[in-house]
Design a protein around this ligand. Sequence first.
Ligand code: SAH
Length: 351
Amino acid sequence: MNELIKEDFLSLDLAELQAKIVSYGFPKYRAKQIFDWMYKGKDFSQMINLPEKMREFLAGNASLNLPVIQKKLVSGIDGTAKYLLRLSDGNYIESVLMRYKYGLSICVSSQCGCRMGCRFCASTIGGKVRDLLPSEILGQIVAVSADCGERISHVVMMGIGEPLDNYDNVIAFLRLVNLPEGLNIGYRNISLSTCGLVPNILRLAKEKFPITLSVSLHASDDSTRSAIMPVNNRYPIAELLSACNSYQNDTGRRISFEYTLISGKNDSRAAAEKLAAILKKYMEKSVHVNLIPLNPVTERDFKTTTPAFAEAFCRTLLKNGVNATVRRTLGPDINASCGQLRRSETAKSDK
Ligand code: SAH
């Protein structure tokens, strides 16, 4: 039986799981036992305090949809670990585990592939295969945490996919990840990155999760942005920044902007001045700009900026009153930017 059409247990909260277990004719207290096991990354056959018959029944009728670790690359420089994970239908996604002073942070994928078409990004080559289920987003944290044997305290939705293009499942995931009886990860420790789907930024603002929104801006004028991010043709910069103001006003949370520096495309001093000017013109509250030197992608023709250009860009923003930092590259020896490991695995199985 296809795992994806079985009852999707890891997408349920405890009350929903209890109702399901009772509907199968099992006692309600069994649900909490199952819940605790599945958050430890154990499958039905390993749930040793359940009767064998029940384990067999569950294995036949339900699935945890926990991704399985196919490959793991660990940086010898900073301990960053990049995981290639296999989904129950054989598709691949990636997660990255990062070690900070404040704890472990995981970067999770929200879709298998992506249909946004950003020109510099590896995840969108080959388009979108499918949306991830809430269980498959949560399962990345469960599987990686079980693998490293430590609690993960922070989550960034910056992996493969556009989270706001898989809106309902991402919202369900955000509810699940925060459950005190589950992973209990606070909303303030979660950030979600979007390429700028304006209607869903406005919808998300109304949900009032106090998560941080990161917006991938990458350019300070519409023609440059449209040339590298097709989504800009639909939702140009002024509209996007207006949605960002609504988000800040509705949630009280600060927005951060991501700006990938691409040599000769968007990394000039004039671009930095323009960026400072539009942020000051449109944004009502203070924002932070994360400058990310482009991680070159084999299939793409873009070159990364130089450290000197990145520093100069940052100084120009600061001088013009805009908060900015150049993001430290984590796991430089394992090529930790997203989509590339999945690409190489998918290309192998295509042959
Ligand atoms: N779809 C979402 C989240 C996934 S991408 C978004 O667009 O925000 C996470 C971040 O990595 C985005 O800012 C994205 O633009 C950036 N990114 C993608 N490819 C990159 C590359 N090759 N080098 C540097 N940053 C990249």
